[in-house]
Design a protein around this ligand. Structure first.
Ligand code: SF4
Length: 468
């Protein structure tokens, strides 16, 4: 269990964000800006690898560090990352220890040359592959699942780099959106089921750009084109002004299993994820939730930030006014002082504060994106009551979370998930709400326009699309 999992505020966290730039002399600076836009996807460590192939160095340079993007990169550090190609990564660990050794991009010098890799997702057979490789004499530098991909590439007897990459990818299972850097090429790769997003587009001055979410495109003025297709890689090489961009299918086409939770919680609402607006999905979740679980109340209050769009949808559908009765402090880092005896619910109070004037005497519909262990929800309900609300009706913009995720989301084990162990009525009593309602599975499907059954919803159903 990592330190953030111990935080009283911790809910569900996503593993990572990745960004790739090809064909710009400020590649590292653009990657740095892209990582800023993806900071919400991981705050534990950040890194950029840049290649100056064609320049004096002909090498890949790497900078990684613990902490936020702005803490890891000074102008001086960015100045040491020359070149026209760069990949970046911001991490929240779900597999492997939290520590600088596991910060990404990972870089190795192997028989295929120097490589750097940035991974979003989680490999489900990494332990088995690692055991096999170690038995054959491989020595691993990290505890990250990502490193097995590099070992498999190095071990391959294929005669070309692309052949070795294809061989490696066909051995790993699970979720991976990868950016892979060689001294003169950039590969953007998405697993056959497409669990994690990976958007592709163009830089304003030419050249290619990739990122986990399109909010990174907006920041640097890149144009979004489409998602990298599942089971394929996009390879960019050649000249800056006239890049050779080729797409290669390395795995047979299969039904997609895109992560529904990206739309429920992870992604920023200003992003397109899986080529659909996250804001639109969340508003729809709220609208359908209002139809499925109406409440006799006065106002709708979102739990910021991820509950805001769903609360707006609930408000629009129900006709109840949406009031921002909880204010989030965006500037809280980790604190080492926790006066548990003196201040009740300290961890949540650090992050959220109620607006008494809006809540006093009101019957409140409180809209949030999930209940995981139930402890945070209990504290928020209590906070709303103490601020003067006469009733608190909790509405959750997704179905009950009953199973852990094996594809890159840091969910607790089944024994810790309250919905896996208690009935809805027991959960209501446990969090102290006057009523509790969840969005149905069918409702979530409609909200993300899942008419093609193309989403993974395993954390709500327990039915995993791969062996786990
Ligand atoms: S199990 Fe849940 S969180 Fe994990 S990929 Fe599937 S939908 Fe996303």
């Amino acid at each position: 269990m990592n330190s953030a999992t111990n935080s009283p505020w911790t809910k569900l966290r996503e593993k990572c964000g990745v960004v790739g730039v090809w064909g710009n002399h400020e590649a590292a600076n653009l990657a740095y800006l892209g990582l800023h836009a993806l900071q919400h996807r991981g705050q534990e460590s950040a890194g950029i690898a840049a290649s100056d192939a064609g320049g004096a160095g002909q090498a890949i340079h790497l900078r990684r560090g613990m902490g936020l993007v702005a803490d890891v990169f000074s102008p001086k550090a960015l100045g040491r990352l020359p070149g026209r190609i760069a990949i970046g990564h911001t991490r929240y660990s779900t597999a492997g220890d939290s520590g600088i050794g596991n910060a990404q991009p990972l870089m190795v010098e192997c028989n295929k040359g120097r490589l750097a890799i940035a991974h979003n997702g989680n490999l489900t057979n990494a332990t088995a592959i690692r055991g096999r490789l170690e038995a054959q004499g491989s020595i691993f530098q990290t505890t990250s699942d990502t490193e097995v991909i590099l070992h498999l590439i190095a071990q391959s007897r294929a005669t070309s780099f692309d052949g070795a990459l294809e061989e490696a990818l066909n051995q790993v299972e699970g979720a991976y959106s990868l950016l892979l850097l060689t001294p003169d090429s950039l590969y953007a790769i998405r697993d056959p089921l497409g669990f994690r997003p990976l958007a592709q587009g163009k830089l304003a001055e030419g050249g290619a750009f990739f990122a986990s979410e399109t909010c990174a495109f907006d920041l640097i003025g890149a144009r979004f084109e489409h998602e990298v297709a599942a089971g394929t890689w996009v390879k960019v090489s050649g000249e800056s002004r006239a890049p050779a961009i080729t797409t290669h299918r390395f795995a047979a086409e299969r039904p997609l299993r895109q992560c529904a939770f990206e739309h429920v919680y992870f992604a920023r609402p200003d992003s397109l994820v899986f080529e659909r607006s996250v804001q639109q999905s969340r508003e729809q979740m709220g609208r359908i939730l209002a139809q499925e679980a109406p409440a006799d109340a006065d106002i709708v209050v979102p739990v910021p930030d991820s509950g805001v769009a769903a609360a707006l949808g609930y408000s629009a559908e129900s006709g109840l006014r949406c009031r921002f009765g909880l204010i989030r402090n965006h500037y809280v880092g980790r604190t080492f002082i926790e006066p548990t005896q003196q201040i009740r619910d300290f961890g949540v109070k650090l992050k959220l504060n109620p607006v008494r004037r809006l809540l006093e005497g009101q019957r409140v519909v409180l809209v949030d994106d999930s209940i995981v262990r139930g402890t945070t929800s209990r504290k928020i309900v209590n906070m709303i009551r103490e601020a003067g609300a006469t009733e608190v009706h909790v509405r959750i913009s997704c179905p009950p979370t009953i199973s852990p995720c094996y594809y890159g989301v840091d969910t607790p084990s089944k024994s810790e998930l309250i919905a896996a162990n208690q009935t809805q009525e027991q959960i209501r009593l446990s969090i102290g709400a006057d009523s509790l309602g969840y969005l149905s599975l069918a409702g979530l499907g409609r909200a993300v326009e899942n008419c093609n059954d193309s989403f993974c919803m395993a954390c709500y159903t327990g039915k995993y699309p791969t062996p786990v």
